[in-house]
Design a protein around this ligand. Structure first.
Ligand code: GAR
Length: 198
């Protein structure tokens, strides 16, 4: 059984979809949900599900990412995870951290990577006149929102779309994509897949 730690900063809807998927014959189980923000709504959702939670606040370490990451690593490694899932974890990670978990860490990003790395992905896609948006699960490497793509789901952009409306339709697909990507990753399958439309 693979042990999975999930890192969040906010509401944790992707975390919930991952946790709820890890039952039965699934090859992995959640062992920790960690947030850099004590107010993250996802912490209560994890606790309700009986998952150990932790908070490592980045603010006391302002200006010293290495010190923040050293504390993160200590708390994460105490839980002995085989796999780390970033699920709306909104901190930039340095090479020290990504290197420590190389080959073991995956992330979900709300765009069809390699397009629209970084923030405000939906507004940027609409602004650019794209007809299609989506989400990507990828292995985490030292470069932001880079690394081998594990899976993608596509969402059409409507002529009258707003960033908020598009984000909520993409989020529905994130909740389908991430559990499937985690399951395949936990099984050792790192080939790329496209999530079929439902
Ligand atoms: C999700 O849309 C996720 O793709 C995005 O944050 C949201 C978190 O929602 N992640 C990023 O933008 C990472 N750069 P959630 O807390 O409800 O899962």
């Amino acid at each position: 059984m693979k042990r999975v730690a999930i890192l969040i900063s906010g509401g944790g809807s992707n975390m919930v979809s991952l946790v709820d998927s890890m039952t039965g014959d699934h090859p992995a189980r959640p062992v920790l949900v960690l947030s850099n923000n004590a107010d993250a709504g996802g912490l209560a959702k994890a606790a309700e599900r009986g998952i150990p939670t932790a908070v490592v606040d980045h603010r006391p370490h302002r200006g010293d990412r290495a010190a923040f990451e050293a504390e993160l690593i200590k708390v994460i490694d105490d839980a002995r995870p085989d796999i780390l899932c970033l699920a709306g974890f909104m901190r930039i990670l340095t090479e020290g951290f990504t290197g420590h978990y190389a080959g073991r860490m995956i992330n979900i990003h709300p765009s069809l990577l390699p397009k629209y790395r970084g923030l405000h992905t939906h507004a940027r896609a609409i602004e650019a006149g794209e007809t299609e948006a989506g989400c990507t699960v990828h292995e985490v490497t030292a470069e932001l929102d880079d690394g081998p793509i594990l899976g993608q789901a596509r969402v059409p952009i409507r002529p009258d779309d707003t960033p908020e409306a598009l984000a909520s339709r993409v989020l529905v697909q994130e909740h389908r994509l991430y559990p499937m990507a985690l399951r395949r990753f936990a099984e050792g399958n790192r080939t790329t897949f496209d999530l079929p439309a439902d």
